[in-house]
Design a binder for this molecule. Structure first.
Ligand code: TMP
Length: 235
């Protein structure tokens, strides 16, 4: 790709786009966990994640959610709207797992009585610390109305994704979203993939997400392939 590289993240790269209002986002095979402490190259991950994210973003767009995705250029490159990323990750949880289970002593798999919404400061340097609404507005990372809009969209997306995955026999345990500012609006950016979600098989509880990499459970790409196959079989 002979485009100018603008930013290299842990598993994606951003290149200049076709004009001033677009970027090209590349999904790479790199996998990291523990804020970069564990690293690997997983053959085929870039292509699988690009495909899974595209299927999900198309589904969300059809259901009224504006996303940054314009179109896929090839198997690992997406043309996207150039947004100014809000430096706050929005995490939605339906079932206790991961850092929530650890932090609050709630066994993994415990259903939550209501949907949990969390925010993390997007900062590799600081290890993405949890941050609350008053802290976000106090530092000026986002305004109150922007936070409300991100939460509103995240909850709508949760409902849509739970239904989509449920039809594929998958439980959406939790996931992380990023939003960007675009022409005065807040729109969904980044990716939705098994890297950014916890996905469990409804029948067996088998983990079909990045926890297979984080926890050395093996067959990471087999699980990602399974997610893609089930999502596309459903359509
Ligand atoms: P956590 O349980 O580690 O806080 O993760 C919650 C969800 O958010 C899980 O689906 C993984 C996702 N996530 C990311 O995509 N990127 C991150 O940097 C973190 C911390 C979590």
């Amino acid at each position: 790709m002979d485009r100018r590289l603008l930013y290299e993240g842990k598993s994606k790269s951003i290149y200049e786009g076709d004009n001033d209002s677009t970027y090209v986002m590349e999904f790479r095979n790199s996998a990291t966990a523990g804020n970069g402490a564990k690293k690997a190259e997983l053959e085929g991950k870039g292509e699988l994640n690009a495909s899974i994210s595209a299927v999900i973003y198309d589904y969300l767009a059809k259901n009224g959610i504006e996303t940054h995705l314009i179109k896929m250029i090839d198997a690992t490159h997406a043309l996207v709207k150039k947004t100014e990323i809000v430096p706050v990750e929005v995490i939605i949880r339906n079932t206790a797992a991961g850092s929530f289970s650890q932090k609050y002593g709630v066994s993994e798999g415990t259903p939550l009585k209501n949907t949990v919404v969390e925010f993390s400061l997007k900062s590799d340097e600081l290890g993405d610390p949890m941050i609350n609404e008053t802290q976000i507005t106090a530092i000026g990372l986002a305004g109150k109305e922007e936070i409300d809009e991100m939460v509103r969209q995240a909850l709508t997306i949760n409902g849509l994704l739970r239904a989509l995955f449920d039809r594929s026999g998958i439980i959406l345990v939790d996931f992380k979203l990023e939003f960007g500012r675009y022409e005065g609006r807040i729109i969904l950016a980044d990716e939705i993939t098994p890297d950014s979600c916890r996905l469990w098989d409804k029948q067996t509880g088998k983990k079909l997400d990045k926890d297979r990499f984080r926890r050395d459970l093996g067959d990471v790409m087999g699980a990602y392939t399974e997610v893609f196959t089930r999502l596309t079989d459903e359509k």
